[in-house]
Design a protein around this ligand. Structure first.
Ligand code: SF4
Length: 139
């Protein structure tokens, strides 16, 4: 359980995933952890967030996280980092930016509205059909 004084580190593309999460994931532990993170964020809008482009609090319970490196697929670490950098560029933010979660998510949802932006970021994601955030922007 996180409180208002905590700052959590979130990789940039997870700012999108968290908003579309419906309880799917890579393992029971991953799902339980992500459920808790989403719950903490929703109940603490003033929670501090640092936006990063490496393994984060969600990756921390992922079976593909090998000592802080994403090994989901060959080149995953690089590909996922590029995805994070892509999101940061679209948001006009730098890696390491800190802010309140409500402001950061507000920025995400203001800047990333049109379907071409969303397809550009999430088009190759295996979870997009199960992601409420993706679905809501591609109707
Ligand atoms: S697949 Fe990679 S980027 Fe996604 S949660 Fe797991 S370790 Fe993190």
């Amino acid at each position: 359980m996180l409180d208002i004084l905590d700052t959590i580190r979130i990789r940039a593309h997870h700012l999108l995933c968290m908003q579309g999460f419906q309880g799917y994931g890579y393992s029971r532990s991953f799902i339980d952890n992500m459920t808790q993170v989403v719950k903490d964020i929703n109940s603490n809008p003033d929670l501090g967030v640092e936006i990063i482009a490496e393994c984060d609090i969600i990756c921390s319970h992922c079976p593909y996280n090998k000592e802080g490196v994403c090994e989901r697929m060959p080149n995953s670490a690089q590909k996922v980092r590029e995805m994070d950098i892509h999101v940061l560029r679209k948001l006009g933010l730098k890696e390491g930016t800190k802010g309140r979660v409500k402001d950061i998510l507000g920025l995400v949802n203001t800047k990333l509205k049109n379907s071409s932006d969303i397809q550009d970021i999430c088009g190759d994601c295996e979870w997009k059909e199960k992601c409420l955030w993706f679905i809501s922007r591609n109707v």
